[in-house]
Design a protein around this ligand. Structure first.
Ligand SMILES: *Cc1c(COP(=O)(O)O)cnc(C)c1O
Length: 454
């Protein structure tokens, strides 16, 4: 008897609204603050960076927001994404657990990032903006935004973290193929980049530095805006298409998750999958544990401080209350580049502070081992980031082998690793190491948190 391994949705079943978790929360999240006055930021403070439609979504109190038809038309190129039951992995583990994964690697960029890049490019084009600037770490976000800008006829300028620019020439090639201009960061193209280079010509860059450069260029030109690929409320809002689809697909599979597990860099793929399920949980309709997994060398939730901090290194962004390792902390160059961010989405941070989600950290060798196991059974080479979630899914499934529990595990396989093969080669050749948690550097960076009296 052949059992289903994939659950699809027809075009007619694809969700046409994004879900906003904020109005359903028992306690509202703390507001972002102006970096100079420390007063809550108003829409006017954000207009140099974002168009009004996105600012309205950032602060919205509506539960459901209509997805524009122009955005749905582009989503249709790859959505709905499939939900898989990992039967071959289950069999290899000999577990009674049922493992499901929502696969976002079928998108044009190979990850979940276009889910927000497309609406961000659309709303900016609609507002008459001619160019978007952004940063990219692993290259996934830059690729997604380059694709999205091409769809709506606007320019795209990307600051790619130097280390990734050198290690991942194919990511740059993909961005350039979609029509974007790509700089290594730190770059000589911005005042902040020149300052960093003057201090340290070999600086390998960080997401925080690249954000400062992209923000500087956008803030100086009224025709140009900035786009962020994670962290902010409107980004997580757009990503809820993942969870809304997964809810319908889990129903088709006749299962309900006991554990939802996802990797967290800024929190967008995790929030995108989890928020619609958290809505159901808060309404008493299901009771999954929702668990974030982060790298042991950049453990924002599990080892960071819950405080107001800047989103970038130069200190130009609004202050956000979040779990942070300090805005000038530079994590070790692990291969899951998308998880190397000093902060965490304020919304995810708030959920963790409120006890609505749990979190663990994992070292990279265990994650690559999980990634290889997954590739050899399910046939998909995962991006290094979601191997963190797979490591936990496998650990849980092995525990079920001992207890006999038929736990239902759902994870976001948020991207494929086809442009990360150098990392797999390094793992397979035994050249990868686990980095110690850099306690002293974090403690040092935390001494430079902005002082906020609230
Ligand atoms: C960007 C990225 C991440 C990290 O970002 P989140 O906002 O935490 O999702 C994780 N996985 C992949 C494949 C990415 O491209």
């Amino acid at each position: 008897m052949s059992e289903p391994v994939r659950y699809e949705l027809s075009d007619a079943e694809v969700p046409t609204t994004w879900y906003n978790l904020v109005p359903d929360l028992p306690v509202p999240p703390p507001p972002p603050l102006h970096p100079a006055t420390h007063e809550p930021v108003g829409p006017d403070d954000l207009t140099p960076l974002f168009p009004m439609d996105l600012i309205a979504q950032e602060v919205s109190t509506d539960s459901f927001i209509e997805i524009p038809g122009e955005v749905l038309d582009v989503y249709r190129l790859w959505r709905a994404t499939p939900l898989h039951r990992a039967r071959r992995l289950e069999a290899a583990l000999g577990t009674p657990a049922r493992i499901y994964y929502k696969y976002e690697g079928t998108s044009p960029a190979g990850s979940h990032k276009p889910n927000t890049a497309v609406p961000q490019a659309f709303y900016n084009a609609k507002a008459g903006i001619s160019k978007l600037t952004t940063e990219t770490g692993a290259g996934q976000w830059g690729t997604a935004l380059a694709f999205a800008c091409a769809q709506f006829g606007i320019e795209c300028e990307v600051w790619q973290v130097r280390a990734s620019y050198d290690q991942k020439p194919y990511r740059r090639a993909m961005m350039e193929t979609f029509g974007a201009t790509v700089h290594p960061s730190p770059s000589a193209a911005t005042e902040y980049g020149r300052k960093v280079l003057a201090d340290d010509p070999d600086n390998p860059g960080s997401l925080g530095i690249a954000i400062s450069e992209a923000v500087e260029v956008a803030a100086a030109d009224p025709e140009v805006r900035y786009a962020l690929g994670s962290v902010l409320n409107h980004v997580l809002l757009h990503q809820t298409v993942i969870g809304e689809e997964a809810l319908l697909q889990m129903a088709k599979a006749g299962d309900s998750p006991d554990l939802i597990v996802g990797c967290t860099g800024g929190g967008s793929n995790f929030g995108g999958l989890a928020f619609p399920f958290l809505r159901e949980k808060l309404a008493g309709r299901m009771a999954p544990e929702i668990r974030a997994v982060e790298p042991a060398s950049c453990p924002t939730l599990t080892r960071g401080t819950f405080a107001y901090d800047f989103g970038d290194t130069a200190g130009m962004t609004p202050l956000m209350k979040m779990y942070t390792l300090g805005h000038d902390f530079i994590p070790d160059p692990i291969h899951a580049g998308g998880l190397r961010y000093h902060g965490m989405s304020p919304l995810i941070s708030h959920l963790y502070d409120q006890g609505l989600i749990t979190a663990v950290s994992k070292p990279q060798l265990e994650c690559f081992e999980a990634g290889v196991r997954f590739a050899r059974t399910e046939g998909i080479v995962p991006a290094p980031e979601p191997t963190h979630a797979l490591a936990v899914a496998i650990e849980e499934a092995l525990a079920c082998r001992d207890t006999g529990e038929e736990k239902v595990i759902l994870t976001a396989l948020c991207g494929h690793g086809m442009l990360d093969m150098a990392a797999y080669t390094a793992y397979l050749e035994g050249r990868l190491v686990d980095h110690e948690y850099p306690l002293e550097q974090v403690q040092d960076a935390l001494t430079r948190l902005p002082r906020v009296d609230v």
